[in-house]
Ligand binder design. Structure first.
Ligand SMILES: Cc1cc2nc3c(=O)[nH]c(=O)nc-3n(C[C@H](O)[C@H](O)[C@H](O)COP(=O)(O)O)c2cc1C
Length: 207
């Protein structure tokens, strides 16, 4: 099957993407509106971008006419957000936080997750997450303002909060963090079934 996006329906292309780009990590993103309302929502179009300085990016899509996500609107206004890592025990509350509710609804209260003061940014951390990242906006790269188009929000991590139980000498214990990944549709995957694969060592030819 050959698919040319220019000749296809955006919703079909979206289905191809979420089924192919798997598993996707989940960023539970908090932000704050300029009137001080907290916002929380999961994003799985999410990735690390740089480690020096540490930077991450995620993509809020456009889902209706001129309908940009509250997270994006807040970040455009305040230039700050946090990313909170989703362990398996948080999935139900993360899912509630994904409800498409109006901007005046605080998804922390809705999902019964606890807002915790951050050290630098003004939006709260998710207290129940084992790892939180305070981020300052670098840039919003607008790809398209069409339906299912969107933007890439690029942010610098300016502070990590890591539960002491899951880290030793900067190495995160995956059994303790126990993250989940997003698959296509409403599917998720656990991260317990892992294997090791050491990268090949290329010997330098003798001079
Ligand atoms: C696991 C998960 C991942 C999601 N990933 C994305 C995503 O990458 N981009 C997006 O626009 N919406 C995504 N959504 C949907 C948003 O979380 C949802 O529309 C939310 O209400 C947006 O909130 P906001 O308007 O407060 O930012 C995802 C939902 C779930 C449950």
């Amino acid at each position: 099957m050959i698919v040319y996006p220019s000749e296809s329906r955006p919703n079909d292309i979206y289905k191809l993407m979420i089924g192919s780009i798997t598993p996707r990590p989940i960023a539970l993103v908090s932000s704050i509106s300029k009137t001080g309302i907290f916002n929380l929502a999961p994003y799985s179009f999410f990735t690390g971008v740089s480690a020096n300085p540490p930077a991450i990016g995620f993509s809020p899509l456009i889902t209706g006419k001129d309908k940009t996500r509250d997270s994006r609107n807040n970040i455009e206004e305040t230039k700050e957000f946090t990313v909170n890592i989703v362990s398996e025990y948080l999935v139900d509350r993360m899912n509630v936080a994904s409800s498409d509710v109006p901007p005046e609804v605080d998804e922390f209260a809705l999902s019964q997750l606890t807002p915790k003061h951050a050290n630098i940014v003004s939006c709260p951390l998710v207290k129940e997450s084992l790892i939180n990242m305070e981020c300052r906006l670098i840039e919003i790269v607008e790809v398209s303002n069409k339906l299912l188009g969107g933007a890439f929000i690029l942010g610098e991590i300016i502070c990590f909060h890591i539960d002491d139980d899951v880290v030793e000498n900067f190495k995160i214990d995956p059994n303790k963090l126990n993250t989940v990944g997003r698959m296509g549709g409403s599917s998720y995957t656990r991260t317990r079934d892992r294997f090791e694969l050491v990268r090949p060592e290329v010997k330098k030819a003798d001079a």
